[in-house]
Structure formats: structure tokens, C-alpha cells
Design a binder for this molecule. Sequence first.
Ligand code: IMP
Ligand code: MG
Length: 185
Amino acid sequence: MQSYEEFLAEVLIDERTLNARVAELGAEISRDYQGEDLVLICILRGALPFLVDLMRYVTVPHAIDCMAVSSYGVGRYSSTGNVRVTYDLQTNIEGRNVLLVEDIIDSGHTIAHVLEMLGTRHPKSLKVCALLDKAERRETPVPVDYCGFIIPNKYVFGYGLDIDDYYRNLRFVGVVDLSKYNQPA
Ligand code: IMP
Ligand code: MG
């Protein structure tokens, strides 16, 4: 695999800025759910680092769980309406306050599908916390109750976001220069 330095066009959000914003979101969530039961749900795999950092700033007692979805369709770097759950929750969310933790909302199809599906399980409340929001790309309206950063329409990687499943470990969010990126064989 290539080293990311070869195709990094720019660092969009650096480690300090990410950490400061995640701390703010954690504080906001802690205020809003004061005295309430809460389940944070990590949408695998992109939201892993975000969830791990965020939960440590959430001071109200809470449970965590994970689910995975995949979307199939035309675009290699964009999703379609064809979303499928590949790993479901192990938690019964009926009557509970559920907060979905997502890395990025692009077209909105993925999170819209998850919201619809989890809504049928009758949670007490169901909200969305997304680190990044490519708001101008939205095809389906979705409520983003907590948003880290609104970003431009550029393909980004790092801090959970992948390119062909790599580079999720990076501590910043960067923009890829696709002309310099070699697809793995
Ligand atoms: P949506 O269904 O179009 O909103 O797409 C959401 C999913 O697409 C995210 O969970 C990401 O996995 C992926 N995605 C969208 N934009 C990017 C990006 O710029 N970099 C990496 N993954 C992305
Ligand atoms: Mg992805």
C-alpha cells in the first residue's frame, strides 16, 4: 500500500481541531441527556475512532453497541439507496434513547435507512451524531442532531474514514488527490 503522504492533497481537519470539537459534542450530548438512559450506536467501521473518543467525553452513564451496513451501487466513492444491514445490534433498544454515531453523511441514504429500520423497534428517541456532513451532497433529507463539521464535496480519509479500507487510523481528516492514488490490485 502507498503511504498517505503520496496522495494527501491537504489536511482538512487536524488532530487538535478534531479533539476540541469531539469534546464539545460530548459536552453537548451530556447536557441534553442529563438524567436519561442513553445508548450510543457506532456505525461500523468508519465511526470507530469517533465513537471511542466521543464516549469518553459523554459524562452521563450510557451503553454502547455497534452495527454495520453496506451499500451497493454504481459509485465506488458514493452510496446509493441500496443499503443493507450486515451486522445488527445486540441490544434491545425499545423504550431507550438511541444516538447513532456516524463518521460522515454524504447522500444521506445510509443513515436514512438505519433510522427507518431502528424506528420500527420503538426507541424512546432516535437521534444522529455525525462527525462530518457533506451537506451539499444530500439526496435524502436526514436530521443531523449533532454535527462535528460541515465539509465541502471532496473525498476525505483518516480518523475512521477509509480509502479501500485503509488509512482509518490517521489522526487527522485529509483530502485525497485521486490522481496520485494507486488502487490496490
Ligand atoms: P451516504 O449513504 O451517501 O450518506 O454515505 C455515507 C457513507 O459513505 C459513510 O458512512 C462513508 O462510509 C462513505 N463516505 C462518504 N463520503 C466519504 C468520504 O469522503 N470518504 C470516505 N468515506 C465516505
Ligand atoms: Mg466507507
